[in-house]
Write a protein that binds this ligand. Structure first.
Ligand SMILES: Nc1ncnc2c1ncn2[C@@H]1O[C@H](COP(=O)(O)OP(=O)(O)O)[C@@H](O)[C@H]1O
Ligand SMILES: [Mg+2]
Length: 324
């Protein structure tokens, strides 16, 4: 989330330790960065995660959301430190939140069927609860606009053509753009679909790394940086797009999944599944990135999703078109 800052080294961590001690009134013994914007911190009794937030509004919304989730009986996420009921950490012109540490059990990925089933169940519970209090966020969060987001993604991909041509044969570029344009065109004719369903706070980033199994093998949902108001369908669409490569683009497998199988009866959901969101997103990110090492590493993945999975994706798209 945040750029790697020179001040995030040992000295910064030492100043943070002193600050957290005075901020909470508890003696912090240890602070260690685990990735950009995330630190693990320890007191004699507890472990905490410290997370940096870009704005005061973002952290306030997340404190409020997690509080309402717990009040309404959703316990499969973290709470913020009780001190946040009164104040937020402002330290060296940066904003931080202390959150409960979830002790990890086995790792989570979309590879196994059981994990996918657990993730859908957890998402449904999340939406069931956020629907109860979505109105509380009507002035705090914006509506998620799926069509606008995908239009921007396609336009970025098109502007990147001159660089993309060095990596992707013209034929593939044309097919991916054609799928994206067709899907967007059809979605615009069905644009009410994403606004029709019950209004919830949607998670907005249902990637595998935002699910954690705790030591008790209970699945937890974390990272509310991309929450919006919107229909739960938006989270399920993203979830489906993310799992498709793991189920080898099998529409049979999708038809057996609770919640998703019902959504496959909705024309707009099926049309949206033809938009090649992962391919466009990842290539745009690749072109944007300035880090040569990261770029070299991501090329293998990009080739996998763009070329190796192309035939599977094409048969899947044909199956979807038959349903429309
Ligand atoms: N409360 C927590 N308990 C345990 N691990 C966490 C917790 N919060 C974050 N993490 C770890 O840090 C990673 C990044 O945190 P996240 O909130 O998802 O931030 P980002 O915006 O960087 O994705 C997570 O994928 C997880 O591995
Ligand atoms: Mg995350």
């Amino acid at each position: 989330m945040t750029a790697n800052r020179r001040s995030d080294g040992d000295e910064f961590e030492h100043r943070l330790l002193l600050y957290l001690t005075s901020f909470t009134g508890e003696t912090f013994l240890y602070v260690k960065k685990i990735k950009n914007g995330i630190w693990v911190c320890k007191t004699a009794k507890n472990t905490w995660i410290l997370k940096e937030f870009p704005t005061k509004e973002k952290i306030e919304n997340q404190i409020y959301l997690t509080k309402l989730l717990f009040i309404n009986g959703f316990h499969w996420t973290y709470r913020f430190h009780p001190v946040h009921a009164k104040k937020i950490c402002f330290f060296e012109d940066r904003i931080f939140g202390l959150i409960e540490f979830i002790k990890k059990g086995s790792s989570f990925s979309y590879q196994t069927k059981n994990n996918r089933i657990q993730a859908i169940k957890l998402l449904s519970k999340f939406h069931e609860k956020t629907q109860l209090f979505a109105n509380e966020f009507s002035t705090k969060l914006s509506f998620f606009n799926q069509i606008e987001k995908w239009e921007t993604r396609l336009n970025d991909f098109i502007s990147n053509f001159p660089q993309l041509k060095k990596f992707i044969p013209q034929y593939y570029i044309e097919v991916y753009v054609e799928w994206a344009k067709w899907s967007l065109h059809m979605l615009k004719q069905n644009k009410n679909y994403f606004n029709q369903q019950a209004k919830c706070v949607i998670h907005g980033d249902v990637a595998h790394h935002n699910f954690i199994y705790n030591f008790d093998q209970q699945l937890f949902l974390i990272d509310f940086d991309l929450i919006h108001l919107g229909s739960p369908v938006i989270d399920y669409l993203q979830f489906t797009n993310r799992i498709l490569p793991y189920i080898e683009w099998s529409h049979h497998e999708l038809q057996q999944m609770e919640t998703i199988k019902d959504l496959l009866n909705h024309k707009a959901f099926v049309i949206a599944l033809i938009y090649p969101t992962d391919v466009l997103r990842e290539w745009n990110r690749f072109i944007r990135s300035k880090n040569k090492k990261n770029k070299d590493q991501s090329l293998a993945y990009l080739k996998e999703i763009t070329f190796n999975q192309y035939e599977q994706r094409k048969s899947f798209a044909n199956e979807m078109i038959k349903r429309i």
